[in-house]
Design a protein around this ligand. Sequence first.
Ligand SMILES: [Zn+2]
Length: 230
Amino acid sequence: MSQLTVNGIPVDVEYKKIRSMNIYVKAPDGHVKITVPLRTGSQVIEAFLFRHMDWIAAQQKKVRERYPQHTYLSGDTIFLLGAPCVLEVRETEKKRSCGMEREDNRLILTAPLNSTAEQREAILRKWQREQLHAILSGMIPEWSSKLGVLPPEWHIKRMKTKWGTCNHRAKRIWLSLALIEYPTECISYTVLHELVHLLVPNHSARFWELMTEYMPDWKKRRKRLNAVQR
Ligand SMILES: [Zn+2]
């Protein structure tokens, strides 16, 4: 992998056994990568990138909106159940007082003196996990009984590309911590989706039939979940 800079934007260049050039704008930070056929001259690559600058800028904007670069400082915007909340950081000398609280559309994060972004993020994540856990504790048994399945073993974890997964054989589902940032109807879409997988492991016509039967507006909910805006 080598690097080029075009219009001030650093670009990773990967030479591959391919026929044409492809540009990728990657999450979460919007960095740019181009794959090019072996032995492509750097002037040819630069010209190609230059022609696609508008597209690159638009993609970077999208990615950065979707994955805001959080500082976890006062003023940062954190979504909670689809609503934007403003973070307010307070410092404390008492370790026991660290934590999070919600006051209307403000999230009060109490952190140790001179905390790092990682420390503040850890406090936020712990709180988000508790919030999501409380919601899922009600939702999973409720949907399971509607569907006529035994409530599965379930866990929350941070996932990069998915909202949930289901291990059909082990009867175990995993849900993404990021769901807490989305409206309740999106969380319940994901829960139902993974629970339906207990009955139908794939995405066959039968799977979507069941989804429609139990949640007629599932498409709308899925769209919201996959949109750039929360
Ligand atoms: Zn699925």
